[in-house]
Design a protein around this ligand. Sequence first.
Ligand code: SAM
Length: 388
Amino acid sequence: MDFETMSIREGRAEIIVPKPDYYRVSPNEYVPSKAPVFYNPLMKENRDFTVMVASVIRRRVGYSLCFGDSMAGVGVRSIRVVTEAGWDEAHVNDSSQRAFATIVMNIRLNRLEERLHASKMDANVFHVEHSPRGSRFDMLELDPFGTPVRFLDTCFQAVKHGGVLSVTATDTANLFGVHKRAARMLYGVNVLKTGFMREIGVRVLLKAVAEAAARNERGIEPIVSVTRRHYVKVLVRVLKGRKHAFKSVSQIRFLKLRRVEKIYVPLGVVDVEEGCEKDSLLLGPLYTGQTYSREWLEKMLLLKTENTFVDKDVFKTLETLVSDDQKIVGGIDLTGLASSLHVNPPGRSLIIERLAREGFTACRSGFDNNCVRTDAGLDELVRIIRSL
Ligand SMILES: C[S@@+](CC[C@H](N)C(=O)[O-])C[C@H]1O[C@@H](n2cnc3c(N)ncnc32)[C@H](O)[C@@H]1O
């Protein structure tokens, strides 16, 4: 190695990583992308989601399972999938020479030479190499710097029918509608910053994933979609065939909104030809279907009773997602609404309880902390807030 390293543990993996001094930009600030090889300890939670889904798959099937890691950094995720989720094999790839050398060392350190195979290729080449039948993955991880869009098409060729594709995007400013022009160029969407921008980010990424799948005659079924810190992560089942492809792109539609002072009020999902009235606007196109599978989330939550290395916070995130029925796309940002009304932000649980008592459907958004999904109109919500 031509840089200083140290040994740490993450879950069951013992790994060599660059010394944090390499990416310390101020006494308390670390920028992992500045290190010779990328390793971000804060993204353990992101890897936990992968390990959990891999564990659920391991319990469902008895045959040999193979994991693909296109942009593996130090290789920690693959080591954890094999040692914690009990998968049989992993192909661990990174285009950087230093990352490749670190992956080889970490495979040796964990005595996994028989089961983990390191490679040094561009991710698109790695996917194409694994596209022939017989060499496809049961689960493939795509974890780039920034947007994943340049790699999505080839991913779909490298995943088996019924397998899982896991994609992370860290270009949240594009996905959340902060950088509108970049969102248009990279994702082909017109979005703007709303009070439920994390949900919009998930739906923009799923739209890109569903379209790439369809171009390759595949459909998707979202298992779990999360957005935390500076990333959006979606894990989807990949189903081969035009029927599945058409079914998932049929979920790509528009969200109608109305702006009332500082907040955006969702008015329902529509197709572009339905248009919108003078005082409303269309956001999208977005993936408007369910962003998770309740069955999968419940199976993941069962792992809580086992001795896993998954962070408690990750289980909390899953519990919040399960409590969100997603019957309505978008939500009302209670903090923004309270600020427009010049009152203190009301408690979300209290508002949900009041709405339910009056016969409206209401639940928390699993993505945006201050949002409620409800079929009540803005006037009803304002009346309830004023009456508190
Ligand atoms: C965000 S880091 C991955 C972190 C890793 N998955 C983890 O969990 O620790 C992105 C990695 O992608 C690699 N990379 C960047 N462009 C690539 C490409 N075109 N093909 C393959 N690897 C690439 C970088 O060297 C870097 O290690």
